[in-house]
Design a protein around this ligand. Sequence first.
Ligand code: CMP
Length: 144
Amino acid sequence: MSEEKSKIERTFVAIKPDGTKRKLVNKVIEKFENLNFDLKGLKLMTVTRELAEKHYGEHKGKPFFDGLVDYIISGPIVAMAWEGNSIIEITRKVVGATDPVKAAPGTIRGDFAISIAENIIHASDSPESSKRELELFFPEGLQG
Ligand code: CMP
């Protein structure tokens, strides 16, 4: 009989300016609470240009970089830290593909996003980016 291994991780999730503007904060949080993940940090904040450029550093030089930075600083975001078993991989599934055309129905982007540039939500794509992004957005540390 195979035994399921527990892999408790933390991930960084941000509801982007279009998500807060469209009053989708409750819908996003509901998904994570339904999965019984634990909230470890949450704040409404306006991202500075400096933080945005660090966060999206891997996209520097791409044609959409300047627009991406301008957009993420254009209004408040909800920055969150969530914890749970295999949460990074599960969150990527719940969030859906970056391009809303490819995002499956039932995912956050599949249900609410219509644009690749304004796609409601960001979630870390690996343990390395999760660590880096949590340190960037929660330098004060997390609960528990
Ligand atoms: P996110 O998960 O926050 O990570 C990088 C972001 O870049 C991505 O979501 C999209 O919002 C944005 N992005 C990726 N590809 C493109 C593109 N071709 N044009 C505009 N924005 C993009």
